[in-house]
Ligand binder design. Structure first.
Ligand code: 5AD
Ligand code: SF4
Length: 365
């Protein structure tokens, strides 16, 4: 490899598990030389292999409601977008769809929606209990900010994990993009979820207006400091019916560098090759698996809903194609990567907190 000695030093320091300073993170984020970038990816790939192995875990997503009360400036589902066909799936629809995921080799279902108060505490708990009783899936929720007592009730009902991206670590940018909300509230939710014993997922969007390498380095430090278990990093993709409709899409290369850096820094976390990365550049999603990623999240939202859950354009068709993937379909997707499909739950396994390979109280093996 032909790294400058400074880049080689930072990469070696990261591989050894020593904490990086912010300016060292910025150095890796702003790499431009193809050789140095390749060295970063190879280092992350090595740490991925030794810390979480060669399995790729499949987490099937069901987007059960297209309603959202929030107005995030980047998102097509924002309340202010009148051009969306909104839908809600019934408990029966959700449970029957979740029941199919085992055949698709998924050991986790991700129940995702906008922030939709229709699914109040009781309704959500009933859905969680039903899925836990009728399947052997780990249940991940991705339904936004809720009162802490709801988080507690969902956990009691059997939910295993919770995804809540912090979106950006810059308090000013967060405020500008999320009217009426602040980063501190978001972080308080993440801390509460951790305290309740969930496996906690977070992450950010790459390519937001005004987001510098410095801000992305802070994202890495926040994820590290919160001890996040699952890390979703995707590029911004402009949606025409949003205030950011005219802003350019994020850079796939920068997303890959973020993934690689986060693998080096967090070691044994679960990191997906995100859908947004695949929509922006299908080749980049494959590269993500060689740069630190170890999770794939196929979309199993049924027709006709899947095309209505348009947080960004292009997601619908891509999602549909993946949903039809049989075992053979995945094989094509992962071909040549030298990896296997995960058979266990793919929890974060750590000596410090331990991890039941049988999350929650669900049915069989
Ligand atoms: N581009 C990329 N990611 C987006 N999200 C929402 N809108 C966009 C967009 N336009 C992401 C947010 C959210 C996740 C479900 O989707 O990070 O947490
Ligand atoms: Fe709603 Fe999530 Fe979209 Fe924000 S990102 S508008 S909370 S669906």
């Amino acid at each position: 490899m032909t790294c400058t000695s400074e880049t080689a030093r930072i990469i070696a320091k990261a591989v050894s598990g020593e904490a990086l300073w912010k300016d060292e993170l910025v150095g890796l984020l702003t790499l431009t030389s193809p050789e140095e970038t390749e060295a970063l990816f190879q280092a992350a790939d090595g740490v991925r292999r030794s810390c979480v192995g060669d399995e790729i875990f499949l987490r099937g997503i069901i987007e059960f409601s297209g309603h959202c009360r929030r107005n995030c400036h980047y998102c097509g589902l924002r309340a202010g977008n009148r051009g969306v066909r909104r839908y809600r799936m019934t408990e029966d629809e959700i449970a029957s769809r979740a029941g199919m995921l085992g055949e698709k080799l998924c050991t986790t279902v991700v129940l995702q929606s906008g922030e939709d108060p229709f699914y109040d505490k009781e309704r959500m708990c009933s859905i969680i209990r039903r899925v836990k009783n009728e399947t052997s899936l780990a249940v991940t929720l991705s339904i936004g900010e809720r009162p802490f007592e709801d988080y507690e009730a969902f956990r009691d009902a059997g939910a295993d994990r919770y995804l809540l991206r912090h979106e950006t670590s810059s308090p000013g940018l967060y405020r500008a993009l999320h009217p009426g909300h602040d980063l501190a509230g978001r972080v308080a939710c993440l801390r509460k979820l951790r305290q309740l014993g969930y496996e906690v997922g977070s992450g950010c969007i790459v390519g937001l207006p005004g987001q510098t390498a410095d801000v992305l380095a802070e994202d890495v430090l926040l994820i590290r400091d919160l001890d996040i278990d699952m890390i979703g990093i995707g590029p911004f993709i402009p949606h025409p019916n949003t205030p950011l409709g005219g802003h350019p899409a994020g850079d796939a290369g920068l997303v890959l560098r973020m993934i690689a850096i986060l693998r080096l820094v967090t070691r044994d976390t679960n990191i997906p090759a995100t859908t947004a990365l695949g929509v922006l550049d299908p080749g980049a999603r494959r590269k993500a698996f060689n740069a630190g990623a170890n999770v794939f999240m196929p979309n199993f939202t049924p027709d006709p809903y899947t095309s209505s859950y348009e947080i960004y354009p292009g997601k619908g068709p891509e999602a549909g194609a993946i949903a039809k993937a049989s075992e053979g379909g995945y094989a094509a997707l992962f071909e040549g990567l030298g990896r296997t499909i995960g058979t266990g739950y793919g929890c974060r396994v750590r000596a410090s907190r331990g991890c039941a390979e049988t999350p929650g109280t669900g049915g069989g093996a």
